[in-house]
Design a protein around this ligand. Structure first.
Ligand code: NDP
Length: 445
């Protein structure tokens, strides 16, 4: 039995050397649930925490493919099947050069708690590859996806492990991988989510993470009697999550003034309206261009190599990648009057930044709660696939709103401290209890 959090973390670090992102994700959870563990010794005797941080299975594999010049390329593929206590493994695939075992373990670990919070029966997993779809032709992306699925198909299935998209994996990549799965296994099943609408996808799935994050932030603002109306909002990223986050903020009467990509940020003091957003969607999803082009088209400022957190805003919705807000960024946001941060991305705020937000008692919604809308609608896609039905846009959107609201209530229940809600603590404890109890029920496995 560990006497302190540091003693526990020492073991985690020595067993998983060099996996900094994974250590960071584990520490955040352990710090939040430590007191709850001491009050509930049944979890300690059965070593739930030790079991929880050990993935049930990690698969690593070679992904060879040929580029347009006929040259052989080799990437590395992964699937981390982390925890299946409450359902089949569920979590996205990320294709990005930065992908490593550490990043996928942090994402898979977070996914366990997130999926638990959705109230749907889904375990936690994550996968991907260090393949970079940027700058590749359609043919190269297809060749890679087919090779990736040629190996992955033997490890997944509609009641075993159901991957979805993440950074670098959108509708196009899901399509190529689904096609290859079907071809190899000769079965049309809901083995991936984020599918196209006419071949098993769910309405609102592309919008779900962004919309869900804004619904969550709206609930947070409501606890202060406030709303998005008239608020200035900073959004980072310009991919799937950032696009639909922006769309929903505009609909609720807020003004989004920033977007970004891995090269830099744009600042538009007039606000990104629906027309400009449509142009961004075309730029990023069809032409696959860079955000710099925005200022050439619409004016405003381009901040080369910089993140958007220098912009004055009331609400910040980080929607690009992990560790994109550091202590200094967080201090700038608070100094400039930001009252609410809801994480559309996974772990975008580093631990020092979180300390700044919590220390200043602003509303801070961690990714595992605020961005759970994506996986929630993936769960709804799985339900629709199993009953061979499609629900309407309104039905799915209503269910999404209800799920985000119940996640908010769970965070409030376990994180309320006087008139302050610590959403980090609330999300971690609520997510943990459900998983830990299921693991206890199922014995030492
Ligand atoms: P996309 O690939 O659609 O977009 C990612 C965006 O983030 C792009 O604008 C990209 O810029 C930018 N970005 C990626 N890596 C970096 C980096 N290292 N530094 C700066 N910018 C970067 O991904 P999603 O929108 O799907 O995912 C965004 C975040 O949301 C991720 O953290 C993901 O895990 C999380 N998330 C996504 C869900 C989903 O349903 N898609 C569900 C829950 C969480 P560029 O164009 O230059 O690559």
């Amino acid at each position: 039995m560990y006497k302190t959090i540091d003693a526990f973390m020492e073991t985690v670090i020595s067993k998983n050397p060099g996996q900094d992102e994974f250590h960071q994700a584990v520490r955040e959870v352990v710090e939040s649930i430590w007191e709850h563990l001491q009050d509930n010794p049944q979890y300690l005797h059965t070593k739930i925490l030790d079991r929880l941080i050990e993935p049930e299975r990690v698969i690593m594999f070679r992904v060879p493919w040929r580029d347009d010049q006929g040259m052989v390329q080799v990437n590395r593929g992964y699937r981390v099947e982390f925890n299946s206590a409450i359902g089949p493994y569920k979590g996205g695939l990320r294709f990005h050069p930065s992908v490593s075992l550490s990043i996928l373990k942090f994402l898979g670990f977070e996914q366990i708690f997130k999926n638990s919070l959705t109230t749907l029966p889904m375990g936690g997993g994550k996968g991907g590859s260090d393949f970079d779809p940027k700058g590749k032709s359609e043919n190269e992306v297809m060749s890679f996806c087919q090779s990736f699925m040629t190996e992955l198909n033997r490890h997944i299935g509609p009641v075993t492990d159901v991957p979805a998209g993440d950074i670098g994996v959108g509708g196009r990549e899901i399509g190529y991988m689904f096609g290859q799965y079907k071809r190899i296994r000769n079965e049309f099943t809901g083995v991936l989510t984020g599918k196209g609408l006419n071949w098993g996808g769910s309405l609102i799935r592309p919008e779900a993470t962004g919309y869900g994050c804004v619904y969550f932030a709206q609930k947070m603002l409501q606890t202060k009697g406030d709303s998005f109306k008239g608020k200035t909002v900073a959004v980072s990223g310009s991919g799937n999550v950032a696009q639909y986050t922006t769309e929903k903020v505009i609909e609720l009467g807020g003004k989004v003034v920033t977007l970004s990509d891995s090269s830099g940020s744009i600042y538009d003091s007039e606000g990104i309206d629906s027309e400009k957003l449509q142009w961004v969607m075309d730029l990023k999803n069809v032409r696959r261009g860079r955000m710099k082009e925005y200022t050439e088209k619409f004016g405003g400022e381009y901040w080369d190599g910089k993140r958007p957190w220098g912009a004055k805003c009331d609400v910040a919705l980080p929607s690009a990648t992990q560790n994109e807000i550091n202590k200094e960024d967080a201090e700038t946001l608070v100094k400039n009057g930001c009252i609410c941060v809801a994480e559309g991305a996974n772990m975008p705020s580093d631990p020092d930044a979180i300390d700044v937000f919590l220390g200043n008692k602003i509303l801070f919604g961690p990714g595992k709660a605020a961005n759970a809308g994506g996986v929630a609608v993936s769960g709804l896609e799985m339900s629709q696939n199993s009953i061979l039905m499609s629900w309407s846009r309104e039905e799915v959107d209503e269910k999404l709103k209800n799920i985000m609201s119940s996640i908010h209530d769970a965070c409030e229940k376990h994180g309320k401290d006087g008139d302050f809600i610590n959403y980090v603590k609330g999300a971690n404890i609520a997510g943990f209890i459900k998983i830990a109890d299921a693991m206890m029920d199922q014995g030492v496995v």
